[in-house]
Design a protein around this ligand. Structure first.
Ligand code: NAD
Length: 415
């Protein structure tokens, strides 16, 4: 097959490699000229995809900014961003852009699958009408399906191959075509009756995480007041072999998905005059965590007779999760902005993020960073971070990830 992929980011590029590995040709379309040029040079820009994987498939992958290259494809998968507007409403701009461009080349017999996370109804109500501007009819002349992406960047135990893939088609035939395609790269394809069911399944997965993270974050704040160790509580509860699933507290939610996706559902629910209490509440609790972290740092400094203003705060890990350099919605940035407003002198170490242009900062070597720091805040603990060295070198350490459990020191406080 020749597979077209629209949007070559965290989702699209690994997907392209999966189809290449399965022996298919891939045409990748992206509006970002730099990504297209990098792929042309055989270079990857996504941590999970080593450059050798791109180079190894040589002539079977072509990246372009020209939508006409998709006309020849048997199937086209859309994996463009679905962010929020400033007012925290769905921003379907990239999707509308991609679909409008695709309408100029879509042809009879093609399969178009949307993978971007979105509210139920997007495929049928937004994507299909745009594609039908071509004069062709979806479900009759070409096939349309929705299949949510479940990639977890940085993860190696669950890959595209062994993570079941949910597929919902506009018609049974659309679904069959999509199942056939994904069976090439996934061991298990899960069929649902409609694109809406597939769209909502993805949102359920993310809302489930968001709500449970909020619950344990709220518990962390309660524990802080009560003087109980939240990590000990989570560890203890996690020994229950059934009926409990472990979630860890932290400095807040980051990434493209969890802080964003639930709002897609909340927005759509309003159209049906129904409310989404759990979603809103979870968002509220999780968005408050960076404020709580700043309050915790302030208190820790105070206990050492220091003020935030003028203190040198060393932030360890600024990306939103360990092992990746993704800064999107990272709570570390929020924490840094708040500390900056309070007059702290900021510095950071993150092996995955060489510079933070917005702050005019560059990542410092750990030793240099801790030398002269008043407090070190562990916001994201990347693999290989020498925790004992941090506790030994910094006069004060605040750990928001619970990674220093097992170390007892008078200069160490945990969330
Ligand atoms: N990153 C994840 O872990 C993850 C996991 C599951 C689902 N998703 C969902 O997948 C979708 C894509 O996310 P991502 O993380 O890959 O985003 P990304 O920003 O890494 O990549 C999207 C790419 O699409 C390109 N693009 C934007 N508009 C375009 C257009 N009109 N035509 C062609 N290309 C265009 C961008 O230049 C970018 O390279 C989102 O809906 C996201 O919610 C992401």
């Amino acid at each position: 097959m020749k597979i077209g992929i629209v949007g070559l980011g965290y989702v699209g590029l690994p997907l392209a490699v999966a189809f290449l590995d399965a022996g298919h040709d891939v045409v990748g379309l992206d509006t970002d000229q730099r990504k297209v040029a990098a792929l042309g040079r055989g270079e990857s820009y996504i941590e999970d995809v080593p450059s050798e994987r791109i180079a190894q498939h040589g002539g079977h992958l072509s990246a372009t900014t020209d939508v006409h290259a998709l006309g020849e494809c048997d199937a086209v998968v859309i994996a463009v961003p679905t962010p929020l507007t400033e007012n925290r409403e769905p921003d379907l701009g990239p999707l509308v852009g991609a679909a409008t461009a695709l309408a100029s080349v879509v042809r009879k017999g093609q399969l178009v699958v949307l993978e971007s996370t979105t509210y139920p109804g997007t495929t049928r109500e937004r994507l299909v009408p745009l594609l039908e501007e071509s004069g062709l009819a979806a479900g009759r002349d070409f096939n349309v399906a929705f299949s949510p992406e479940r990639i977890d960047p940085g993860r190696t135990d669950f890959t595209m191959r062994n993570t079941p893939k949910v597929v919902g088609g506009l018609t049974p035939d659309c679904r069959r075509r999509a199942v056939e395609m994904y069976s090439e790269i996934c061991d298990e394809v899960v069929e649902v009756s409609t694109p809406e069911a597939a769209e909502l399944a993805k949102l359920l997965e993310n809302v489930f995480r968001s709500v449970n993270i909020a619950l344990v974050n709220e518990l962390a704040i309660i524990c802080d007041r009560m003087g109980i160790d939240i990590w000990e509580v989570v560890e203890a509860a996690s020994t229950k072999p059934y009926g409990f699933m472990r979630f860890d507290p932290g400095p807040g939610m980051g990434g493209h998905c969890l802080p964003v996706d639930p709002f897609y559902l909340a927005w759509k629910a309003r159209q049906y005059e129904t409310s989404t209490h759990f979603i809103e509440l979870a968002g509220e609790v999780n968005q408050n965590m960076p404020y709580f972290c700043v309050e915790r740092i302030t208190r820790a400094l105070n206990d050492h007779s220091k003020a935030v203003r003028g203190s040198r705060v060393a932030v360890l890990g600024v990306s939103y999760k360990p092992g990746v350099g993704d800064l999107r919605e990272s709570p570390a940035l929020k924490i840094m902005r708040l500390l900056d407003q309070r007059g702290a002198r900021l510095a950071y170490n993150d092996p995955f993020v060489p510079r933070l242009a917005d702050f005019g900062l560059e990542s410092e070597e750990l030793g240099d960073l801790l030398d002269g720091a008043d407090v070190a805040a562990i916001v994201t603990a990347h693999p290989g971070l020498d925790l004992q060295a941090v506790v030994d070198a910094a006069p004060l350490v605040v750990d928001f990830r619970g990674v220093t459990r097992g170390i007892e020191a008078p200069n160490l406080v945990r969330l």
